[in-house]
Write a protein that binds this ligand. Sequence first.
Ligand code: EPU
Length: 331
Amino acid sequence: MTSLKLSGVALPAAQAGAIDLALRVSDLHADLREELAKDTVLRRDESLARRTTLRVGGPAELYVEPASETDLTATLQFARLHDVPVFFLGRGSNLLIRDGGIRGLVICLAHPQFSRIEVAGEFLTVGAGAALKSVANAARDAGLTGLEFLEGIPGSVGGALRMNAGAMGGWIFDRVSLLRCMDGRGEVHEIPGAEAGARYRGCPLLVHQVALGAVLQGVPAAREEIMERMTASNRKRWSSQPRQPSAGCTFKNPAPDLPAGRLIDELGLKSTRVGDAMVSDVHANFFVNLGGATATDVLRLLELVRQRVREARGIELEPEVEIVGEDLNPT
Ligand code: EPU
């Protein structure tokens, strides 16, 4: 059995490994801190559950909120040099983090530097960290239609671009005229929206690059008309979707005319529970946290529902929520 000697005490391999890892994280933290400006947030062991809408999951080993593109580049180059995995966290609205948390660096573009919204004519230049609701409001204030559907999506521009988020018949890439992103080496690229290859709930380009922002195009319209659409979208959402914490829709719709919510509902699975995770009784494709759910509860519920749908209908449901992180180490 391999062991690490610390102050003359021989430790079992698992414990030694854990100490080894903790020392490495501590070194990485100290080295990275030196490379970053003071106003860039860098923390160890940052709780992430409160940064997700589902409110489950373990911590980030290292958590960074860069205050500038320069610090984002420095962070990405540091990660590459030290072979540290990187995960980008948006507003955590489509995310299921396992109970053991996320190893390596979690980067969140929440600094105001990345959350700007600027309007010029029909175009809105928006940062990845901007809230979708703020984008919808800015478009409304500028008398631009086409972005009303963003109003009720509890996410950030960055996450919405990566997921090609959509609701109420629209999706974000319909409106993207230019996409600004950064690759793993920290280099910035600008790509016309139509060339990003976006499809239902995905954008392949943003699997290996991070969105820094986009230029969205609206269409001039009367403000009253826009407000009416936003109100209708808001009303539909509140009447058809639950208010408890959730990660939005759990599964992708297997086909446009075959919504996962209806499939699950037809099998009588509403209100099915594992621990404090429950299939919503309002919309069956939403799994809600009744208060004390763990990621493990949610994952068990997800498997249970998947299995029932497979057995009853021969359909393989594919998760729409992004599932990341490590299982809890039982030691
Ligand atoms: N339905 C049921 N029972 C349910 C839920 C839905 O019978 O428990 C039926 C509805 O009555 C309706 C059909 O299924 O006839 C579709 O339902 P809904 O209009 O709610 O749309 P959806 O396909 O379930 C999609 C998006 C949502 C988005 C809504 C509203 C996906 C996976 N989901 O849901 O996006 O908000 O449309 O436009 O594409 C998300 O991505 O996280 C999300 C919530």
